[in-house]
Every structure is written in C-alpha cells, then in structure tokens.
Design a binder for this molecule. Sequence first.
Ligand code: GSH
Length: 222
Amino acid sequence: MKLSFIYLDFPFWRSEISKIALYIKKIEFENRVIMPEEFKRVKENGRLDDGTPIPHHQLPCLLVDGHPLAQTGAIARFCGKLSGLYPKHNDLLAAKIDQFIDLATDITVLVANTGRDDSEEEKQRKRGELVNGDLKKKLNILENNIEINNDWIIGPRMGLEDITVWRLLGWLSSGAVDGIPTTIINQYPKIQKVCLAVDNQPVIQDWIKLTYKEGYVRGNYL
Ligand SMILES: N[C@@H](CCC(=O)N[C@@H](CS)C(=O)NCC(=O)O)C(=O)O
C-alpha cells in the first residue's frame, strides 16, 4: 500500500497523530509539504498544483494508493488501525478515543475562529476573552475527562488520544498562537502529565529529532 501524506510545513496535531502512528509501526509514507502559496490555490481549487485532488479543499489529506482521504479524524483512524494505536474490534474503546480527537477539533476551531478577520488589536482582545472564557471551560472539560492510568488517558499504553493532546496543547502553549499565554496549561496537572509522558517516549524523541526544525518550541509543559 502506498501512502502519501499531504500537509503544511508545521507539526500540528491534525497531521502529527497520523504521521506518528505510522512512524511508530515503521510504516513508510511519503511526506508531502505544501507551502502557503500552493495552499491558497488548494483551498480555492481543491487540487494540488500537480492535479492531485484534495477532496474537502482542506489539509491534511492522505493518498492511499492514489485515493485521496480528507478529514483529520478519518485519516487518524485509518492510520491508527494500520499501526495498532486504534482498535479494529473494540467499538467502545474506539469511541472513547474518538471523543478526544473530536474535543481537540472543537478546541482548535474555537481558537482558530477567534479574531480571524479582525485587526491584530481586536484579535488579541478576543483571544484574551477566550482564554478566560470558552477556552478555559474546554480545557477544564478535557482535564476532568482524563482518567490517568499509568500516565495515559485510556488504558495501559500511549494511544492516538495521548498524541493528540500532546500536540494540541503543545501548540497552544508554544507562544506561537496570538493572545494565548505560554502558561495556558499550568493549572491542568493531568494534561501536563500526559504531555510530559508522550514527550518522554523514546519513539517520540526519535520523531522529534528526525522531523522538527532546530529550535522549534513544541510546548511549555516541560
Ligand atoms: N474538518 C477538517 C478541518 C481541517 C482544517 O481546517 N485544516 C486547515 C489547515 S490546518 C485548513 O485546511 N484550512 C483551510 C480551510 O478550512 O479553508 C479536518 O478535521 O481535517
């Protein structure tokens, strides 16, 4: 099976959960990085410049033997099943994992849509409100739904849900998101514990060395 992963030049959770799942199982995939100019055209046309279809005009997109798959969750489940990080025959466990992927989507949309078309000043103001309002509520919900079990959110091993939380909160606390303080997760000990546990995995450290740019701040939970 030939896998080709298409995403932006940024290790965001939407792509990292799937890429890392494949990497953990040593499943080879082509890593196609789309730069901002081409991404503008993808959003407009639903195609890469070489004609590859991007069905939802959004990234990530995974080509499986040339068939394009859209949507973060769909791609993550597909890659998770290939790698053993997502169950094939346990519907309850699968749904428990889905909850965290979907909550990560809600949090991402909340942040990304705040201040989107506003001036820098207005965006900072709205993000400030978000940090003390809706984002705080969502992070409290996340914290309260983590049942730490040997470091992991669900079960005895690291799963897709842990990688999701690690990269989502890494992004949020990195200082790279306008108006979101790097201390954003200081008051959430369970979220911090998950982030640290994922970060400390040798396979994750290998992935970071292999793919993250020198000096990239992957979060402030350390
Ligand atoms: N529902 C999609 C959303 C993906 C998404 O918003 N991706 C961003 C890049 S991180 C994007 O393509 N934005 C352009 C747009 O939505 O027009 C998913 O879960 O994959």
